[in-house]
Design a binder for this molecule. Sequence first.
Ligand SMILES: Nc1ncnc2c1ncn2[C@@H]1O[C@H](COP(=O)(O)OP(=O)(O)OP(=O)(O)O)[C@@H](O)[C@H]1O
Length: 221
Amino acid sequence: MIVLAGTIGAGKTSLTTLLAQHLNSKAFYESVDDNPVLPYFYQDPKKYAFLLQIYFLNKRMAQLKAADRVPNSVMDRSIFEDSLLFHLNADLGRATETEVAVYDSLLNNMLQELPQQDYHKRPELLIHINISFATMLNRIKKRNRPYEQITQDASLYDYYQTLNQRYSQWYENYHESPKIQIDGDQLDFVTDELARKRVLELVDQKLNTLHQTTAVAGNQQ
Ligand SMILES: Nc1ncnc2c1ncn2[C@@H]1O[C@H](COP(=O)(O)OP(=O)(O)OP(=O)(O)O)[C@@H](O)[C@H]1O
């Protein structure tokens, strides 16, 4: 299982599609437009932050179980980032300490579920698409989901900025699996054919290295 990571508008969904095609495998998407809680969350984050996380956690666990059965499956967001987003929301006063404690413990419990398959919960590779704050704002504007627009709610500017900053730190501290970072400002794999090729090359190289390491480890046993 390969998982994509990155802030809002980083291009996770698009790269998931590209990679699944490239690897001749299956893509697993978190559908955003039919998320019943998201518009409410943006309207009243304090009231709906906890419910939104429970919604995402439930969906992602189901997705993980389905993706686990497919070789080389590609997922459009990692379960680990939900925690990053929830902790940011909690720090902004949108969730109580108790809600955070309950969420953290539930996440932990769920990740330990099916212990015989525990290693499958850790992806083979995490791909972080790193974009600057300016690119993030452009993409959000261009995509035009009403509830994400800063013109609707000026406080979103700070939320997005902090989220973008926390992602860099989060990636540095991520050690659940092998990882690779793609420069999403430089490599616009959605519109630029050459960039697309380069990104797929980078991923192939990393996967080859990982497969070689696994083969060597296997031979030594
Ligand atoms: N765990 C979470 N907590 C709060 N909001 C979340 C969480 N996960 C996703 N979101 C929200 O859901 C929406 C979709 O986010 P996400 O980054 O997954 O997809 P995206 O914006 O389509 O990204 P991409 O363009 O990279 O595919 C955003 O408004 C984001 O803020």
